[in-house]
Design a protein around this ligand. Structure first.
Ligand SMILES: CC(C)(COP(=O)(O)OP(=O)(O)OC[C@H]1O[C@@H](n2cnc3c(N)ncnc32)[C@H](O)[C@@H]1OP(=O)(O)O)[C@@H](O)C(=O)NCCC(=O)NCCS
Length: 257
């Protein structure tokens, strides 16, 4: 059994914790407009806070490295080079920020606003299906009543993106290369035409609250147990620790136990 910890934050109420970010992250944050900046800072501060416990480091000292396998650029799947068995993934959309972590070969999480489904539906209806749905999925999509289509599409999309984030491919691989069970069925990978052999992966739908869909993918064939956390208290504790300084500041509580 693989235990995956999933931490949820509300970017609109999270305390500002930009001081926990490294220089590269701070430079990226500075280039973003609010509210993208708020989501970015909340997500990266939260990742550092929850990774502090399993790495034994202060959140600001956690070394997060992203290196694109295609172009070598400093983007793509973030990793912990000093802790290769500890996998994590970040996602944000609207007000929701989520960080997932587990002792696994790879973890991917994706949250999307329901509003994003309109953009996806327009792409599918315009015939841009090659980029979104596999042929069997398109047939299932077209058989759905109009009122269920947006929800179903978003369910497919978040499951696909979670898998592509777990493998590290991201959207460099067409989501249509990932064929899944129907949105109303238990989530499972049913076909793969991406690079290399099909990954062994466990998929779990997450409840991100009204107006959102979210999914989690964990590489491997072990069953997955998901433990969800409200990140509000750890974010507020980290902000309080920064205000009172290192003498009285404690490391924020448990990330992955
Ligand atoms: C990042 C991506 C997977 C999802 O984006 P999204 O739905 O807009 O955003 P989310 O909030 O769900 O996820 C973003 C996070 O995914 C992570 N991520 C980025 N690339 C990733 C990858 N290849 N695999 C796994 N995770 C990735 C990052 O932590 C990123 O957050 P950050 O930018 O704050 O560090 C997608 O936009 C993508 O793959 N883009 C790059 C495409 C590419 O590889 N092009 C070729 C470049 S040479």
């Amino acid at each position: 059994m693989t235990t995956c910890h999933v931490w949820w934050a509300d970017a609109s109420t999270a305390p500002a914790l930009g001081g926990l970010l490294d220089r590269g992250e701070q430079a990226r944050a500075a280039r973003l407009d609010s509210p993208d900046r708020r989501r970015f800072v909340t997500a990266h501060a939260l990742a550092r806070i929850v990774l502090a416990s399993p790495t034994g480091l202060h959140p600001a000292a956690v070394r997060l490295v992203a290196r694109c396998p295609r172009c070598g650029g400093a983007h793509g799947k973030p990793a912990l080079p000093d802790h290769p068995r500890l996998a994590f993934s970040i996602s944000s959309s609207g007000r929701r920020v989520v960080v997932a972590l587990a002792q696994a070969a790879g973890v991917g999480v994706d949250v999307e606003r329901l509003a994003s489904a309109r953009v996806l539906a327009a792409a599918v209806d315009d015939g841009a299906t090659a980029a979104v749905l596999a042929p069997a999925e398109l047939a299932a999509y077209q058989a759905l009543p109009e009122r269920s289509r947006h929800g179903a599409l978003l369910r497919w999309w978040t499951r696909k993106e979670a898998i592509l984030k777990a493998t590290g491919d991201g959207l460099a691989v067409d989501p249509a290369a990932v064929e899944l069970s129907a949105p109303g069925a238990p989530p499972a990978l049913t076909g793969w035409s991406g690079p290399g052999p099909a990954p062994r992966v466990r998929l779990v739908d997450l409840d991100a609250g009204p107006g959102y869909a979210a999914a989690l993918a964990v590489l491997g064939s072990a069953d997955v147990s998901v433990v969800e956390h409200d990140a509000g208290p750890v974010l507020r504790a980290a902000a309080a620790a920064r205000r009172t300084g290192p003498a009285s500041g404690r490391r924020p509580r448990d990330g992955l136990r």
